[in-house]
Write a protein that binds this ligand. Structure first.
Ligand code: PFF
Length: 449
């Protein structure tokens, strides 16, 4: 009989799930997406997506996991049998496992950028750096397949090293200290940005209400990013939920995690944009944004080398805990279905994802001009395919399953909500989320112009 581990208590589950949610999505991706998608228009839609779709669906995903007590594939199969519906629902779990690996393919490469910046900060390379030098440094990193490959490899080894050992050891303890530490150092950075940056313009850029600027593309990206940021739609939260004890309140835990995740991303955004505007940089610089702007801050502040090193270390840690959750569904499936040991499974999957990462590395230099679909290179294709299609699709199907196929008292049993709260969840899960996601898909496929 396979032994399933459980979290020690609610706090560790919360930190682990927050550890999965908080990662490069908040610190690297959200800030540049805000810039690329027109600032406040994107931010407002993103916040709406978190509250109307993200929070209810995170509850859904945890409840599915806790009820199933299995990896996403077998878990969906078990739930489908319980609800006496088609066994094809298991492929929803299968799709999630695959999505996680596709995301890790590029996530690990970006995690590598962060690792290399730890070293640069520690060497005091940012001292008195100008905006132009900082951009040139970053371009230099991207132009070097050898460096990128080296750091991608280190990041993959770090990830698989923990996965091989299992989620319960080590990681839980580290989470306890490092996530609060990340918040603390962010406040230092924010304080610095407030004193030297252009906070007023940054605030206007991010929060000024202007509905006319909202475009369909901004909505599409914001919805996709709400899924990415909360780790939803691929079974990561489901697996973590499957290790959760019965008495813990799903709703309360979800709200804390979502609020922490969103607040962190927006605070990083403010800190970055105050620097962007003060240094006359372009807000729409794309994926390099934080790597071009933050060195300027660290290069000029007192204790900058120390603060910068610590900052990038904490970001690397946040990325690490998210990366682990990206592989956990696939590993849980292998270990619960075969005699393959956790360690062997971890390294085997590691090699496959590493190879995918090699292609991503090359798409920043040698293979830059190789376009896969719609003029997107390998990195962009993986990013768009997972964030704007696979995660929302996974979320949509989970919502439909929990809302329309599962027995209502089973759902209620897991959520354990008061009547009004349960009704609200049902409206969000059964109506708002599916319609919002379906509308975005229809737009994407050109049905709604
Ligand atoms: N939520 C993570 C981040 O914001 O960096 C990324 C992620 C982790 C997405 C795990 C999906 C997932 F299942």
């Amino acid at each position: 009989m396979h032994h399933r581990s459980t979290w020690k208590n609610r706090w560790t589950f919360m930190l682990a799930t927050a550890g999965s949610a908080i990662g490069l999505g908040n610190i690297w991706k959200l800030p540049y997406m805000i810039g690329v998608n027109g600032g406040s228009a994107f931010v407002l839609v993103f916040i709406a997506c978190i509250f109307l779709v993200g929070i209810p669906l995170m509850m859904t995903e945890i409840l599915l996991g806790r009820r199933a007590q299995k990896n996403p594939y077998d878990g969906m199969l078990k739930l489908a049998q319980e609800a006496q519906v088609s066994h094809y629902w298991k492929y929803l779990g299968g799709m999630g496992m695959l999505t996680g690996l596709l995301i890790l393919g590029f996530y690990s490469v970006i995690g590598g950028w962060v690792l290399s910046y730890i070293i640069e900060a520690a060497k005091n390379s940012f001292s008195n750096i100008t905006a132009a030098q900082s951009s040139a440094n970053f371009d230099g990193l991207l132009a070097s397949p050898v460096k990128l490959l080296f750091w991608h490899t280190v990041f993959m080894c770090m990830t698989m090293g923990v996965v091989a050992r299992g989620v319960n050891s080590g990681l839980e303890k580290a989470n306890n200290i490092l996530i609060p530490a990340l918040f603390a150092i962010l406040l230092v950075l924010l304080g610095y940005s407030m004193s030297v940056g252009d906070m007023q313009t940054a605030y206007q850029f991010m929060f000024k209400l202007d509905f006319s600027k909202i475009t369909p593309v901004a909505v599409l990206s914001a919805l996709g990013h709400a899924f990415f940021s909360l780790s939803l739609g691929m079974g990561a939260v489901m697996v973590y939920g499957s290790y959760l004890q019965r008495h813990v309140s799903i709703a309360r835990t979800t709200i804390y995690i979502a609020l922490a995740d969103t607040a962190l991303g927006l605070l990083v955004g403010l800190a970055i944009y105050a620097l962007v505007f003060a240094n006359h940089l372009a807000p729409n610089a794309g994926p390099g944004l934080i790597f071009q702007t933050l060195p300027i801050a660290f290069g000029h502040m007192p204790w900058g080398s120390f603060t910068g090193t610590l900052f990038f270390m904490l970001v690397a840690f946040a990325a690490w805990t998210s990366a682990i959750s990206l592989v956990e569904p696939a590993i849980a499936w292998i270990t619960e279905n075969t005699l393959i040991k956790r360690r062997t499974a971890a390294w085997a999957i590691g090699v496959v994802v590493w190879l995918l990462g090699v292609a991503v590395v090359l798409s920043f230099n040698e293979w830059k001009d190789i376009k896969i679909i719609f003029g997107l290179n390998i990195f962009e294709t993986l990013d768009k395919l997972t964030s704007t299609i696979l995660l929302p699709l996974g979320g949509l199907l989970m919502a439909v399953f929990a809302g329309y196929y599962m027995k209502r008292d089973h759902v209620q049993d897991e959520l354990d909500l008061k009547a009004t709260a349960f009704k609200l969840w049902r409206i969000a899960n059964n109506i708002i989320a599916p319609i919002a996601i379906a509308a975005v898909f229809l737009y994407l496929f050109g049905v709604i112009k």
